[in-house]
Design a protein around this ligand. Structure first.
Ligand code: SF4
Ligand code: SF4
Length: 334
């Protein structure tokens, strides 16, 4: 097994930070978040699941797509795409799985989403296996595992004094060229016993979900929803967006506009409001039903993967304790 000491790893990250945009888990006023870092001193190596997923670094919450200028009748437009390579270090396996879920929509359709594809291409994912299950997580029920290398480019597993290093993809191998490793026979700390602590969450076939469209489950879970959208924003697989033009500058004969893409949320009151004010999904239970149908019925039917990786963030973030595991249990029990 390839092994690296923490000291060597930090030296490598310091060099990397000079060459690429380096994103890593950081303590931001007591919150663990993936954020840009300039040196390894800023990075948390012993950290929980970050409070927000890494999604925003591939699919930004707000992204300028085009800068448009109108001079009289002449219109010019410039595409905005960052050039620098990016490394997301310390990404948890569930967040990497989340990218694989979104890929099915943004990369694997024709045509692929140009902006998402660009960010995906310029990014290398270096994961650190979770040393334990966190509150609310159920990744194993969703086809993942706390130490799953599948959707990462590199996986690190903590061992005494350092990490066991696994290059998963070619991209990962290229990135690791600058990292000094030793061969050492050392078993990573995460045990099968720990993994089995997860309470399995049942996954029900899409066809059965369709039979439950009018079920009272949706009133039971949805009636207390606050439409705050937190569950959607913390989720590594939610990918709805809106596009709008924003006027930046306007004077006689000249207008500068930015075309912006921003996250949208199906749990929001206005999500289905159309011109003229009609809202085709006006109730909270209807919107909660859609959120769960999207994840376990519509998305797998249309694109393949389930729309959930079991990261547990919506479980711990919902202010009124709407728990996806409970909903899935209710659906399975009907
Ligand atoms: S639905 Fe909830 S548990 Fe599933 S991936 Fe999204 S935030 Fe995580
Ligand atoms: S976090 Fe909870 S209350 Fe807020 S929109 Fe989601 S389900 Fe509703």
């Amino acid at each position: 097994m390839k092994y690296v000491t923490l000291k060597e790893l930090k030296n490598w990250l310091n060099r990397l930070a000079q060459e690429v945009d380096l994103i890593a888990p950081r303590d931001v006023d007591g919150h663990v978040l993936y954020r840009p870092v300039a040196s390894s001193d800023e990075i948390l190596f012993d950290y929980e699941r970050p409070e927000l997923s890494a999604k925003e670094f591939i699919f930004p919450a707000t992204e300028v797509l085009l800068r448009i200028e109108k001079r009289g009748t002449e219109v010019t437009q410039e595409e905005v795409l960052p050039e620098r390579k990016q490394v997301i270090f310390g990404v948890r396996p569930c967040d990497a799985h989340g990218f694989a879920v979104i890929d099915a929509l943004f990369l694997e359709q024709d045509p692929p989403d140009r902006y998402y594809a660009h960010h995906r291409e310029r990014t290398t994912l270096v994961g650190i296996a979770c040393p334990q299950m966190w509150e609310g997580c159920f990744c194993a029920s969703m086809g993942g595992a706390p130490d799953d290398p599948t959707h990462l480019d590199v996986l690190l597993r903590a061992v005494e004094g350092g990490y066991v290093v696994e290059a998963v993809t070619e991209k990962g191998k290229v990135l690791l060229k600058g990292l000094e490793t030793k061969n050492r026979d050392q078993k990573p700390g995460f045990s099968e016993k720990t993994r089995l602590l997860e309470q399995p969450v049942p996954v029900t076939e899409p066809a059965r979900w369709r039979e439950l469209f009018e079920d009272r489950i949706w009133m039971r879970h949805g009636e207390r929803c606050l439409s705050c959208r937190i569950c959607t924003y913390v989720c590594p697989t939610c990918r709805c967006f809106d596009v709008a033009d924003r006027v930046i500058e306007e004077r006689a004969g000249f207008t500068r506009i930015e075309r912006i893409r921003a996250w949208d949320a199906c749990t929001s009151t206005n999500y289905r409001r159309a011109a003229g004010g009609h809202n085709s999904r006006p109730t909270k239970p209807g919107r909660i039903r859609n959120r769960f149908f999207c994840k376990f019925c519509y998305y797998p039917e249309d694109f393949g993967p389930l729309g959930c990786v079991g990261c547990g963030r919506c479980v711990v973030s919902c202010p009124v304790d709407i728990d996806i595991r409970e909903v899935m249990g209710d659906v399975a029990a009907r």
